[in-house]
Design a protein around this ligand. Structure first.
Ligand code: SF4
Length: 255
């Protein structure tokens, strides 16, 4: 009996410890997100047939689209993704070419000289905030995740400077886990031009895309839209004559 009470106490304590880091966050499985997405008003262009045609065209044009941030492990991809906010991947890759050899582990970033690090990442912009995020995330990874970048969306979102976009990039490209769809500026613009969504808030755009794109395509689809946005469907002057989606696209931005 006494042993039973002790066991119950231990279980309750373990439960409290486990619940603490994400206690305020509501865990939502991809299936729940997909169900919630069904309640959003659908864009007229998001019919299964049309979505299938668009996915087929993207596969034809970019069968091997992938992340363009250079990295050798999940931690480097996390740092590069934080640096890529409001900055081109090309610029980030230039900076990390010298940054990663100097700071090879989370420990090196966690206990870096903040002023020195600020100057080293300065070319990527917003260098003070990015330094705070990088050092904060590195410390948390060391102290709470045994030095490894976590593998769940819930845990990723506890890292300083990490929101769903960054978490999706790392979980998708470093771990091959389809936890959501990366919604960056290209995905926002293109999903609107292709009439896959009429939402403007990135979270709602992601939710809606998750409701119409099969989960096994989430990772590749994000990369394909980003590649198409960089190479063809550019913000100011979309190159519609070169676009293999031209027949299914009725965007008012078409040239
Ligand atoms: S046709 Fe033009 S606007 Fe439409 S997706 Fe292609 S490049 Fe973009």
């Amino acid at each position: 009996m006494v042993q039973g009470r002790k066991m119950a106490k231990r279980k309750a304590a373990d439960g409290a410890r486990r619940a603490k880091p994400g206690a305020k966050r509501r865990k939502r499985s991809p299936e729940k997100v997909r169900r919630a997405a069904k309640t959003l008003p659908r864009a007229a262009g998001a019919t299964p047939k049309r979505v299938g045609t668009i996915l087929g065209k993207l596969d034809e044009a970019y069968p091997a689209a992938s992340c363009e941030l250079k990295h050798e492990n999940p931690f480097q991809l996390l740092i590069s993704t934080i640096l890529s906010a409001q900055c081109t991947d090309e610029r980030v890759n230039q900076v990390t070419q010298t940054l990663f050899p100097k700071y090879p582990t989370a420990q090196h970033f966690a206990y870096a000289n903040a002023r020195e690090l600020q100057q080293e990442i300065r070319p990527t912009g917003f260098f003070r905030n990015k330094t705070k995020s990088i050092m904060g995330a590195s410390k948390k990874i060391l102290e709470e995740f045994g030095g490894e970048v976590p593998r769940t969306m819930e845990e990723m979102l506890t890292l300083p400077g990490v929101a769903r976009k960054t978490a999706n990039v790392v979980l998708g490209s470093a771990y091959g886990m389809a936890s959501g769809i990366v919604v960056d500026t290209h995905v926002q613009r293109l999903s609107k031009r292709l009439d896959l969504t009429r939402q403007t808030d990135p979270k709602k755009i992601e939710q809606e895309l998750m409701g119409i794109i099969p989960q096994e395509k989430w990772i590749l689809f994000s990369h394909q839209l980003i590649w198409h946005g960089r190479r063809v469907c550019q913000a100011r002057k979309p190159r519609c004559l070169e676009c293999n989606l031209e027949r299914v696209c009725y965007s008012k931005d078409k040239t």
